[in-house]
Design a binder for this molecule. Structure first.
Ligand code: ADP
Ligand code: MG
Length: 610
C-alpha cells in the first residue's frame, strides 16, 4: 500500500448522508437491492460491450453473496464490467455523479438500454447504513488495467490503492456494524434476494445456492409467449389465488418505457380484491407492491407487475403524484384495460357474457370513477335483460326507445318476476336487469351522460302501454262520474293512510287487482344511501296505490259496498290493497301478521254465512 491515494469524498456527502440514513431507517434491507442491482448493472454493461469488443474472462455472468459469520463480513461479488482506478474515483467518490447516467449517455443509441439499472442515485452508499467499514476490490474488463482496492471506514474518508486481482469484476466486502448481524444469515439473504432481485436477468447465488428466478416474463416478446407461460407466471407471483380471467401484456417504448403484465383475478367474493396486487419494478428490481400513486383505485383489483425504468419509484410518494409522467402512465394503463375489455366483447361476446358477473363490478366502478375509462369501455357495458340475454345500453335503446316512449325500464332480480314485469311483458316491453348496489349509482350516472334516456324502475310508474286510456270514456253516471271516479272514491274511504295516494285506471290486463307504485326519486335516494337495507324500503311509506278498474275483484268490492254489505265491501277492498302490498314486498313483519289476522277473520265471516 505504498502508493495509496487518500482523500475526502466530495463535499455533498455530509449533507446527503443524514438523508440516506433517514430514508433507510425504515427499510434498512434495501442496501442489498442497491448493491445487487449495481452488480447486475455491471454484468449488463459487459454483455452490451461483448457485442462489439473482445475481452478475457468468459461471459458466464453471475453474482455471488457470501458471508463470514466470525469476522462479520458480507461479500457481494460480480464478474461484470469492473472499474479502473479512474472510474472508482469518478463513480464511487463523486457520489452525486451517477455512473449509470454517464454510461447511458455513452450508449444512448444502443438497444436494450433497459438492462442498465440506474436512477437509484445514492445506491452504493446505502451500504454504510449497515457497515462500519467497506472495501471494494475491482478489476476492469479492459486489457492491462490493474486491480484497485478502495477502502472507507466512515463513508466520508477513503483510500485507493492498486492490488493484485486475478479475476475481472467487483467484490464488495461489508464489515457489518453491531446492529446488523441479521445479514449474516443465509435465509435472510435469500429472502431479500427473492423479494427484490428475483427477476434480475443474471443468476444470483447465496452461499452457493441459486436464489433468483431471473426471467421476467413481462420483458419478453408477447408474440413468443403461450397462454401457459402467463398462467404459470401468475401462479408463481400469486400462489393459491386460483386462476385469472384474462391478462394484458403492457409493452410501451414511447413516449415512456413501460412493461408489465396485468391479470384480472377471478374473484370469489365482491370484496375479495386484495390490495397490493400489483408489484412495481424499476428495471427488473422490485420497488414496491403499492401501486396506488400510479393507477386509479378501481384498477387496484388487478394483479401483476409493472416495470417502469424511467421513473424514480424509490423517491417520495408525494413527488410521484406530481410527476407528469405518472399521469401519462396512468392514462395509458386505463386505456389498455378498457381496450382489452372492448376487444374481448367484440371478439367473443359469449365468453365475455359468461365472465360478466366476475368483471361487472369492476367495470361499473371504473365507469363511475373515471371519465376516460367510461368513454373507452361504454360499448362493452352490458345488462342482462328480461329474456335472460344481454344488451348493451345502446342495443336496448335502439330496439325499444320508440315502443318505450324514450324510457329505459329496469328492475332487480325480484322485480323481474313481479306483477310489474308481467304487465310490461304482456305489452311486449322489456326491462334491463340491475343486480347490485352499485347499479343505483350507475343508473344515475348513465342518465346524466345520456340526457335523452329516462331510466325508470318498473314499479315506479306503469308504462302508458299497460293502461287502457279510453276504457271509461263517455261512461258517466247521473252525477257525471265515471266508474274510475267511483272506485277511486271508494278506495280512498278504505285506505286512508298518510302518504298513500289512490289512483284508479283501467289496465289492459284484468288479472291484477291493484299495484303499488314507488316514487323513483325517493327509491334511488334510499338505495344510494349506504345504510340502505330491506327495512328501509319497507319504511318507504309514500307510495301510490293504483287500482285496476277492469279487475273483477275490484268491481265486486264496489258492488258489494254499494249493495248488500258495506262492511264486507270495505274488507274486500282492504284485501286488494294488502295483496298489492304483498306483491310489492312492501310489508313489514308486523304488517304481515296484521294482514294474516285480518284475512282469516274475513274469510271466516264469509264462510260462516253459508
Ligand atoms: P447508480 O447505480 O445510480 O449509478 P450507485 O451509487 O448505486 O448509483 O453507483 C454508482 C456507480 O458506481 C455506478 O453507476 C457504477 O458506475 C459504479 N459501480 C457501483 N457498483 C459497481 C459494480 N459492482 N461494478 C461496476 N461498477 C459499479
Ligand atoms: Mg446503483
Amino acid at each position: 500500500m505504498t502508493d495509496a491515494v487518500k482523500g475526502k469524498i466530495s463535499v455533498e456527502t455530509e449533507n446527503i448522508f443524514p438523508i440516506i440514513k433517514k430514508w433507510l431507517y425504515s427499510e434498512k434491507d434495501i442496501f442489498i437491492r442497491e448493491l445487487v442491482s449495481n452488480a447486475c448493472d455491471a454484468t449488463s454493461k459487459l454483455k452490451k460491450i461483448s457485442l462489439s469488443e473482445e475481452f478475457e474472462g468468459g461471459t458466464d455472468y453471475k453474482i455471488e453473496l457470501s458471508f463470514d459469520k466470525d469476522k462479520r463480513i458480507l461479500v457481494i461479488e460480480d464478474n461484470g464490467i469492473g472499474m479502473t482506478s479512474e472510474e472508482v474515483k469518478k463513480y464511487i467518490n463523486q457520489i452525486a455523479f451517477s455512473g449509470a447516467t454517464d454510461f447511458a449517455k455513452h450508449y444512448q443509441n444502443a438497444e436494450n438500454k433497459a438492462e442498465i439499472i440506474g436512477h437509484f442515485g445514492l445506491g452504493f452508499y446505502s451500504c454504510f447504513m449497515v457497515s462500519q467499514k467497506v472495501t471494494i476490490e475491482t478489476k476492469s474488463y479492459k486489457k492491462g488495467e490493474a486491480g484497485v482496492l478502495w477502502e472507507s471506514e466512515s463513508g466520508t474518508d477513503f483510500s485507493i490503492s492498486p492490488i493484485e486481482k486475478e479475476t475481472r469484476g467487483t467484490k464488495i466486502s461489508l464489515y457489518l456494524d453491531a446492529d446488523s448481524g441479521e445479514y449474516l444469515d443465509k435465509w435472510k439473504l435469500k429472502e431479500l434476494i427473492k423479494k427484490y432481485c428475483d427477476f434480475l436477468p443474471v443468476p444470483i447465488f447465496v452461499d452457493g445456492e441459486k436464489a433468483n428466478r431471473e426471467k421476467p416474463l413481462w420483458s419478453e416478446e408477447p408474440s413468443k409467449l403461450k397462454p401457459e407461460d402467463y398462467k404459470d407466471f401468475y401462479s408463481y407471483l400469486f400462489p393459491f389465488s386460483g386462476e385469472s380471467l384474462f391478462h394484458i401484456h403492457l409493452n410501451v417504448d414511447f413516449p415512456f418505457r413501460l412493461q408489465g403484465i396485468l391479470y384480472f383475478p377471478k374473484l370469489t367474493h365482491e370484496l375479495d380484491a386484495s390490495k397490493n396486487g400489483i408489484k412495481l419494478f424499476c428495471n427488473h428490481v422490485f420497488v414496491s407492491d403499492n401501486a396506488n400513486e400510479l393507477i386509479p383505485q378501481f384498477l387496484t383489483i388487478l394483479k401483476g407487475t409493472i416495470d417502469i425504468p424511467d421513473l424514480p419509484l424509490n423517491v417520495s410518494r408525494s413527488y410521484l403524484q406530481n410527476d407528469p409522467l405518472v399521469k401519462k402512465i396512468t392514462n395509458h394503463i386505463i386505456k389498455k384495460v378498457a381496450d382489452r375489455l372492448l376487444e374481448d366483447f367484440k371478439k367473443n361476446r359469449e365468453e365475455y357474457q359468461k365472465n360478466w358477473s366476475d368483471i361487472s363490478i369492476f367495470v361499473k366502478y371504473g365507469i363511475l370513477t373515471d371519465e376516460k375509462f367510461y368513454d373507452s369501455v361504454k360499448d362493452a357495458l352490458i345488462f342482462k335483460n328480461s329474456e335472460s340475454g344481454f344488451y348493451t345500453l345502446n342495443e336496448y335503446w335502439e330496439k325499444n326507445k320508440e315502443k318505450n316512449n324514450n324510457k329505459v325500464y329496469y328492475a332487480n332480480e325480484t322485480e323481474m318476476g313481479s306483477v310489474y314485469m308481467d304487465l310490461l311483458k304482456s305489452q311486449g316491453l322489456e326491462a334491463l336487469l340491475v343486480d347490485s348496489k352499485i347499479d343505483s349509482h350507475l343508473i344515475q350516472n348513465l342518465e346524466m351522460k345520456n340526457p335523452d334516456m329516462k331510466f325508470q324502475r318498473v314499479d315506479a310508474e306503469l308504462a302508458d302501454q299497460v293502461v287502457d286510456k279510453d276504457a271509461n270514456k263517455g261512461l258517466v253516471d247521473s252525477e257525471n262520474k265515471t266508474e274510475s271516479d267511483r272506485i277511486e272514491e271508494f278506495f280512498k274511504t278504505v285506505v286512508a293512510v298518510e302518504g298513500v295516494e289512490i289512483k284508479a285506471e283501467a289496465l289492459k290486463s284484468q288479472e291484477v287487482p291493484a299495484v303499488i307504485l314507488m316514487p323513483e326519486f325517493m327509491r334511488r335516494m334510499s338505495e344510494m344511501n349506504s345504510m340502505f337495507n330491506k327495512e328501509d324500503m319497507k319504511a318507504l311509506k309514500n307510495h301510490t296505490l293504483l287500482v285496476n278498474t277492469t279487475s273483477p275483484l275490484v268491481k265486486s268490492a264496489l258492488r258489494v259496498f254499494n249493495g248488500v254489505n258495506q262492511e264486507k265491501g270495505k274488507n274486500l277492498a282492504r284485501l286488494v290493497y294488502d295483496l298489492a302490498l304483498l306483491s310489492a314486498k312492501a310489508m313489514s313483519e308486523q304488517e304481515i301478521s296484521d294482514y294474516t289476522k285480518r284475512t282469516s277473520q274475513f274469510l271466516e265471516e264469509i264462510f260462516s254465512e253459508n
